[in-house]
Write a protein that binds this ligand. Structure first.
Ligand code: SF4
Length: 290
């Protein structure tokens, strides 16, 4: 890893807490200059070691399954604050003698990256220049105009779209911002991205018991997604006390995946990481609500 950090200032982050689990997943809590807080996760999966960076402190999208939505008001991070998370994790690994050649970065921690568009794209550009990483990806809840804009950027950011439902009514319950853009509009924009960049878009589908996990949901998903343009990642929700949803079992995930694969749609069941240290999908919360 090069020594020259890809930031315009000294690190704008201070490491405040660090939690690790037995699998090697590490969650970092950082304090920013104005006292706001964000989290970053370092983990390994089939694609190799990677980092999940935050693009906002808090999030205004308000997903009803996500702890980050409780952290308000949302504040955009600067490109410096985004890349400083990667630099900080890299330094921490080196200091512990645990340096790992991380292979990818996902801008899928706290916040909606496409609501902090310019800083997200600038951070991706600097990360590509600084390291030899394979790919920078970002997960969006479906900010349609920004998906079209991202398709035309010089910097490639692999797109993940959080769909989580096959009917607009269910999606509005899970992701309130989708009152503005329905499933058809989101998938049209994502399909445009895939066609323009000649790379498949990943559709994230978080399964909730009794909400979006029925065979009818699976069949509707097959009808909605062109297998040439989309691959599905099935995710297990990490339960958060006080939230209304229930995590489904591994065998139900396997059945759902089988239904999609049997119809010709590429679908992977993604492992849960960092659940015990509240570092998993939907668990990041750096500032406790009063
Ligand atoms: S899931 Fe993502 S977009 Fe939704 S509230 Fe959480 S951080 Fe924001």
């Amino acid at each position: 890893m090069p020594d020259d950090a890809p930031m315009t200032t000294d690190s704008p982050l201070r490491l405040t807490e660090r939690h690790a689990d037995e699998e090697g997943t590490v969650k970092y809590l950082w304090t920013l200059a104005d006292g706001r807080r964000v989290e970053t996760v370092f983990f390994s999966h089939h694609a190799g070691p990677g980092q999940c960076l935050s693009t906002q402190a808090g999030c205004a999208v308000g997903c009803t399954f996500c702890a980050t939505a409780l952290q308000r008001p949302a504040r955009d991070l600067t490109a410096d604050e985004i890349v400083a998370q990667a630099v900080g994790v890299d330094r921490d690994c080196a200091e512990r003698g645990a340096e790992v050649p991380w292979r990818f970065v996902t801008l899928s921690g706290m916040g909606e990256p496409l609501l902090n568009y310019a800083h997200t794209v600038e951070a991706a550009r600097r990360l590509y220049e600084w390291t030899s990483i394979d790919v920078v990806s970002a997960t969006t809840s479906g900010i349609v105009p920004r998906i079209y804009q991202l398709a035309d950027e010089d910097t490639y950011v692999q797109l993940h779209v959080s769909l989580h439902a096959t009917q607009d009514e269910t999606r509005r319950r899970l992701i309130p911002i989708t009152r503005r853009w329905g499933i058809a509009e989101v998938l049209k924009a994502a399909g445009h991205f895939a066609t323009t960049r000649e790379r498949q878009v990943i559709v994230n589908y978080l399964l909730f018991e009794g909400v979006n996990d029925s065979p009818d949901d699976g069949r509707r998903l097959v009808e909605l997604l062109d297998p040439e343009l989309f691959e599905v990642h099935l995710l297990l929700w990490n339960e958060i006390p006080g939230f209304e949803f229930r995590r489904i079992g591994d065998e139900r995930v396997a059945e759902f995946r089988h239904l999609l694969s049997g119809a010709g749609l590429m679908a992977k069941a993604m492992p849960s990481k960092g659940r015990d240290i509240q570092a998993g999908c939907g668990q990041l919360l750096a500032e406790r609500p009063a």
